[in-house]
Design a protein around this ligand. Sequence first.
Ligand SMILES: *Cc1c(COP(=O)(O)O)cnc(C)c1O
Length: 353
Amino acid sequence: MFEIKKILRPHIANLTPYSSARDEYTGTEGIFLDANENPIGSVAGGNFNRYPDPYQQEVKQALSNIKGVAPSQIFLGNGSDEAIDLLYRAFCIPLKDNVIIMPPTYGMYAVSAEINTTEIRKVPLTSDYQLQPEKILEATDSNTKIIFVCSPNNPTGNSLHQADIEFLLKNFDGLVVVDEAYIDFSSETSWTNRLADFQNLIILQTFSKAWGLAGLRLGMAFASEEIIQVLNKIKPPYNINQLTQEHALKALANVSEKEEMVKELLAERKRVSEKLSALGSVKHIYPSDANFILVKIDEANAVYDALIKDKIIVRNRSSVTLCDSCLRITIGTTAENDTFLDALVKICNKTMA
Ligand SMILES: *Cc1c(COP(=O)(O)O)cnc(C)c1O
């Protein structure tokens, strides 16, 4: 059975966290002479002279209303990459513990592991990019702390079978992180609906993709209150700045704008897929539940280089496990996609000739 006590690093369990001025007095009215801020104002204008809410309560309340998850079960990070890093630091003892990833997948799980000198065990996806749940369990031992599941997966674009993820949640006594960075583009339901069923479930989402706020750096983690408390304990006190909190509130008051953009991008994804499938050089278009398409194409490296010469930049994934000869193409605006498709047709005609 999963018990957080069994997997939390002991020194984190015993840590006395930094107590900020805003922790010690939480009222909003008064004369604040406690945080060494500048009371006069901000250089170059704006309203940034006060430290932001360390727990982003307004943003979490707004998110809670949309996601149906209690504010106490939400963590906000400086990108979801911050949550990934904090999970390592909270649960993985360097040079002793290990995590499991399923290549091909998002690169940060492995990079964060290496930064934290944590062993990475790899159990590749199948040839149709699905999990091998029994093999994943076999790869675990008493030092395995986290299994990273990315669904829809980057760079393949597909969603992973929910039954396989459920198998891991039920049979593994460590943490199962389900990274849903692309969930807004997917027809699957979010695992946030299942938080009450699994104490070891952590869901990651981000404002960087569908919300169009990559530059803001804001990521979300949803989990049990116990897990969220651990992340809150070890995070930098003011990890989400005032401007980000203000803009996130505005964004959350305009969900329909996100939905409209998603609709437009999904229509473009369909159109681009259809156009690509008409090209002789394109050997396979992988089904996508995300805002990008993985494409197997003849002479992927040459095509990639030729596109760059036309100032069109896609992601060359051809040296990645199971992605031989593949390019990952983010869905752009209609005009960008047209320019890309025109250039690709010309390049393919030339390389085929
Ligand atoms: C883009 C992406 C993220 C987002 O990271 P942020 O730090 O929130 O920008 C997380 N996971 C995956 C799989 C991604 O592709």
